[in-house]
Write a protein that binds this ligand. Structure first.
Ligand code: BG6
Length: 480
């Protein structure tokens, strides 16, 4: 299970953005070893009528931006890339099957296959069904199905999609992607919590006052109006990425370091969250025109492709209450938004203040500040532990200082999330992928928010979201 075996990797949606930005660079990086090493043979599949050579030429164009020599790119694409058109109706699965079988025979491959759905979500059901009906759900070796997010639009559609998947594939063949789980800094949350007795022993309601999870983006919509306006920030970010971070922070110690044990604990956390109260626990926002880096940027409603009356949210803050022995009474605040002042993914764990201050006679200069652990997941991955020290000198004053760790100082640049995730798919490790039950538990939590009418408050681009969100976030300050 832990070393790659030679296989065929079919990318549906091979002409799309994800293929050239993430998938091909990650596959070239992780699977371009010496000729005798296990190899990844990629078949691009999509509606476009391309030849192998056209796909290779496009791939060379894409990969040339990635610091490889022209010879290395040419050698890799010539040897590893193939293309099969699914036709305009995207139904040429017999052609695809014949191509896979022919390549397996020609290259002497053992029948290991990965199918990667990098197509718009509305295309998932047809592709899954077609794979099943054409017998491509099993083979002489392994067959694995990779599904990009978003997995469903609500609980009912996620369930329907899971049912369809399970009609043809066993759960252990299925890899639901949440690319946040591939980030080193996110995986490190497990090491941080479960390899360090120091933190685990204070990781509970007795010591922690609240936890704030922020994924801030300075970018706006870009060219994704078609997808984003139907999704919104709750579906696009909260239901998946931020909820993954939340479960990793809140879960109990798993019984082992394996996919099943970890997923079970994550699901338990989700099921312990109290139903959300739309009026009390959630604030939605949408960016209006504003100033960023000295320039005026347009509001969401003026972005290309957006209807001027859209109520889609580009910002969400939500407060979760976990009803279990570890966390009862500790609010978890999740917030994300586009067109915020900076790009920052951060988890701030705020500890209770000291129960009694010894230094009150010296107030106000020696008010005790509660300890805080700030885990920065991107950029500048690392963490800071904030604690009080006495400032040198005669009078007694306190000042908050930080213990600081940065990944880059210790290890240099981190690998891309997709490199980790694709290698895991190829080696058959499901730990960093979302289980069917987990996807459903998350939708069960947020579904009611999506279904009820709610106010969407405007906020100026370049600000930290609508004023109304501050009532959830009281007193919180961001650290860049
Ligand atoms: C994607 C969302 O899943 O994650 C995007 O669809 C978002 O809207 C992106 O910009 C953020 O990812 P990262 O890795 O840049 O934080």
């Amino acid at each position: 299970m832990s070393t790659p075996q030679s296989h065929i990797f079919v990318i549906f949606g091979a002409t799309g953005d994800l293929t050239h930005r993430k998938l091909l660079p990650a596959l070239m990086k992780t699977m371009s070893g010496p000729a005798e090493a296990p190899a990844c043979y990629i078949i691009g599949a999509s509606g476009s009528d391309w030849s192998d050579e056209q796909f290779r030429a496009k791939a060379r164009e894409w990969l040339s931006k990635k610091n490889y020599s022209d010879e290395a790119v040419r050698a890799w694409t010539d040897r590893h890339l193939f293309y099969t058109s699914l036709g305009r109706a995207r139904d040429n699965y017999e052609g695809l099957k014949a191509r896979i079988e022919a390549l397996e025979a020609e290259l002497g491959l053992p029948g290991n296959r990965v199918f990667y759905l990098s197509v718009p979500p509305r295309g998932y059901p047809a592709a899954i069904e077609a794979l099943g009906r054409h017998g491509l759900n099993k083979s002489a070796g392994f067959t694995r199905l990779v599904i990009e997010k978003p997995f469903g639009r609500n609980l009912a559609s996620a369930r329907a999609l899971n049912d369809l998947v399970h009609q043809y594939f066993d759960e252990d063949q299925v890899y639901r992607i949440d690319h946040y789980l591939g980030k080193e800094s996110v995986q490190n949350l497990l090491a941080f919590r479960f390899a360090n007795v120091l933190f685990e022993s204070v990781w509970n309601r007795d010591r922690i006052e609240r936890v704030e999870i922020t994924v801030a983006e300075s970018l706006g919509l870009g060219s994704r109006a078609g997808y984003y306006d139907k999704a919104g920030a709750l579906r696009d970010m909260i239901q998946n990425h931020l909820t993954q971070l939340f479960t990793l922070i809140a879960m109990e110690v798993p019984s082992g370091f394996n996919a099943e044990a970890i997923r079970q604990e994550k699901i338990k956390v989700l099921r312990s969250v109290q139903p959300l109260d739309l009026d009390r626990d959630v604030v939605f926002g949408q960016y209006a025109a504003g100033q960023m880096n000295g320039e005026v940027v347009p509001g969401y409603l003026d972005e290309e492709g957006i209807d001027g009356i859209s109520q889609t949210e580009t910002f969400v803050a939500v407060r979760l209450h976990v009803e279990n022995w570890r966390w009862q009474g500790v609010p978890f605040i999740l917030r994300t938004g586009k067109r915020l002042p900076t790009r920052l993914t951060q988890i701030a764990v705020r500890f209770h203040g000291a129960p009694v201050s010894l230094f009150q006679t010296y107030a106000p200069k020696c008010d005790v500040t509660p300890n805080e652990l700030v885990i920065t997941l991107q950029p500048n991955e690392g963490f800071d532990l904030h604690f009080d020290v006495k400032t040198p000198g005669e009078s007694f004053r306190l000042q908050t200082q930080q213990l600081r760790f940065r990944y880059e100082d210790a290890f240099g640049a981190l690998p891309e999330a997709y490199e980790t995730l694709l290698l895991d798919v190829i080696t058959g490790d499901q730990t960093l992928f979302v289980h069917a039950d987990e996807a459903e538990a998350s939708w069960a939590l947020y579904g009611p928010l999506i279904e009820h009418a709610h106010t969407v408050y405007p906020y100026p681009a370049g600000s930290w979201g609508p004023e109304e969100a501050h009532r959830l976030l009281e007193g919180w300050a961001v650290e860049a």
